[in-house]
Design a binder for this molecule. Structure first.
Ligand SMILES: [Fe+2]
Ligand SMILES: [Fe+2]
Length: 320
């Protein structure tokens, strides 16, 4: 049975008309968005941790200021996305509770450790680079609040990608030890970055649905291939290599072929068995608990301000 609401929804999707919070939408569409957007928000916030680890050890004041700005941007991305998720009828407390209970995921890439300063460069170049590849098409996602949040986020992500690349470029022109540090970071971050695009298309059952609803515009494998093609060119500028002996140009497809991803590692990290899963979740829970008084103070302040405004509007005397 097709309701007229369902038909109207289908028509909007078909005509590229955005779905807005108060519009009718199928329950599965709402659920898919809550899952994707809240996990995206969690990724932004958890993603601050590996890089925050290097703020006090950044090699110069300029690097420190840039890294602080970058990590702060990620907090902002998390906030836009939590707010956008709330428009779907779930509270921020609920989404954060799901993260802390281990029910909601965040990007597995943040379960890898940052061992050297070069990792900060590799994260900017590869991790933010992969995020951009994923997120630029989301600026056209069918759900309005998500698409609009992504436009602003993508502008900042492009700054993140450049600052990372510039860190690696500087190292690649430095001493022998710096060059080796640069290559080592690329070697460790390359494969986990490719995993950021998710399972292969034939192992990704939700993808099809998401494409039909125009949340996703490209499949995991399409985005991963685009990313590989871009990185092969960029790594040449660094004078570095990518750790894949099967990487080679394929004139027939017009793309670079690349080696098999270690899916066993992918699923292990996803299950919670990566090098830093436990540490990341504990850090988030601790920060949430320690920030409780700030949230309470902010809530009390805004309540007080609202009361004052009400008195002004209605001209009632406030008690002295
Ligand atoms: Fe971000
Ligand atoms: Fe970023």
């Amino acid at each position: 049975m097709h309701s007229s609401e369902q038909e109207l929804f289908n028509h909007k999707i078909d005509q590229e008309v955005r779905i807005e919070p108060k519009d009718w939408m199928p329950e599965d569409y709402r659920r898919m968005l809550i899952r994707q957007m809240s996990q995206h928000a969690h990724s932004e916030i958890v993603g601050m941790l590996p890089e925050g680890n290097w703020i006090t050890r950044a090699p110069s004041l300029r690097r420190k200021a840039t890294l602080i700005a970058k990590v702060q941007d990620e907090a902002g991305h998390g906030l836009y996305l939590y707010s956008a998720t709330e428009t779907l009828g779930i509270t921020r407390d609920e989404t954060i509770e799901q993260l802390h209970a281990g029910k909601a995921k965040y990007s597995s890439i943040f379960n890898y450790p940052t061992l050297s300063w070069a990792d900060i460069g590799a994260i900017g170049w590869l991790v933010d680079g992969a995020a951009i590849m994923n997120q630029v098409p989301l600026c056209r996602a069918s759900y309005g609040p998500y698409a609009r949040a992504m436009i602003r986020i993508c502008k900042e992500e492009s700054f993140h990608q450049r600052q990372g690349f510039e860190i690696l470029l500087t190292l690649s022109r430095g001493s022998q030890a710096q060059k080796e540090m640069c290559q080592d970071a690329i070697n460790r971050w390359w494969w986990p970055s490719l995993m950021m695009f998710g399972p292969n298309d034939d192992a990704s059952p939700n993808s099809q649905r998401s494409m039909q609803w125009k949340i996703k515009r490209f499949t995991n494998d399409e985005l991963r291939q685009k990313f590989v093609d871009v990185c092969v060119d960029q790594v040449k500028i660094l004078g570095m290599g990518l750790p894949d002996k099967d990487l080679k140009w394929n004139a027939e497809t017009g793309h670079y072929d690349f080696g098999e991803i270690n899916w066993e590692e992918f699923y292990e990290v996803l299950k919670g068995n990566g090098p830093c899963n436990h540490e990341r979740l504990e850090a988030r829970k601790k920060a949430h608990a320690e920030g409780r008084w700030v949230r309470e103070a902010a809530a009390a302040h805004s309540m007080k301000k609202n009361n004052l405004n009400t008195r002004e509007i209605y001209g009632t005397q406030s008690a002295k």
